[in-house]
Design a protein around this ligand. Structure first.
Ligand code: GRF
Length: 185
């Protein structure tokens, strides 16, 4: 199988990145991770890049023109899919247009419900019966692009932020890879 070149964007712990790296090493997984981008120098996920010997770049989003340079790098590496795995910066319309239909994101709620941040607090406050995660294409509107897949579970009576986060993230690790397989197979 000829794998597609991919790049993963992170800002934090990188547990989704880890799941993607591990799955991408399977012979029948459709992508290979050629580059990791972090907007945080100290993001834990950067250590995964080092551990697995995957090239990485720390970007400074305050610099004018950083996106143009990034686009160049991604084009040079022939990246055909960008996975946002806990990337906490908004990408410009210009950047998104450049990779139209090639950027996907994982979000810790059942979209279209609970777009944006603090999803777990809001889910608990509203006493939702179901929670889960969504993998979707990225467009100019926050958490609003076409949905690729969702995975859900029922909340238990004594759910708290920690348990909710744990359960959601466990599902995310499967959902992200399944969505990628769905796109390319
Ligand atoms: C995930 O829960 C994802 O849904 C959200 O950010 C979190 C990133 O976690 N977009 P990690 O860095 O992959 O551990």
């Amino acid at each position: 199988m000829v794998k597609k070149n991919s790049c993963v964007f992170i800002s934090g712990t990188g547990t989704n990145l880890r799941a993607l790296i591990q799955n991408s090493r399977r012979y029948n997984f459709p992508i290979s991770i050629k580059l990791i981008i972090s907007n945080k120098k100290k993001a834990k996920g950067v250590n995964l890049a080092k551990r697995y010997s995957i090239p990485y770049i720390i970007i400074n989003t305050k610099k004018i023109n950083y996106e143009n340079k990034l686009i160049q790098v991604l084009n040079n590496k022939n990246i055909s899919i960008i996975c946002l795995a806990g990337y906490m910066k908004i990408l410009s319309k210009y950047f998104i247009k450049n990779f139209n239909g090639k950027i996907i994101n994982i979000h810790p709620s059942l979209l279209p419900k609970y777009k944006g941040t603090n999803t777990f607090t809001r889910i608990l406050k509203n006493k939702e019966k179901k929670a889960g995660c969504t993998v979707h294409y990225v467009n100019e509107k926050l958490d609003s692009g076409k949905i690729i897949l969702k995975k859900s579970f029922e909340l238990s009576k004594n759910e708290n932020i920690n348990t909710l986060k744990k359960k959601t993230q466990r599902l995310e690790y499967k959902a992200f890879s399944e969505a990628i397989t769905k796109i390319f197979m």
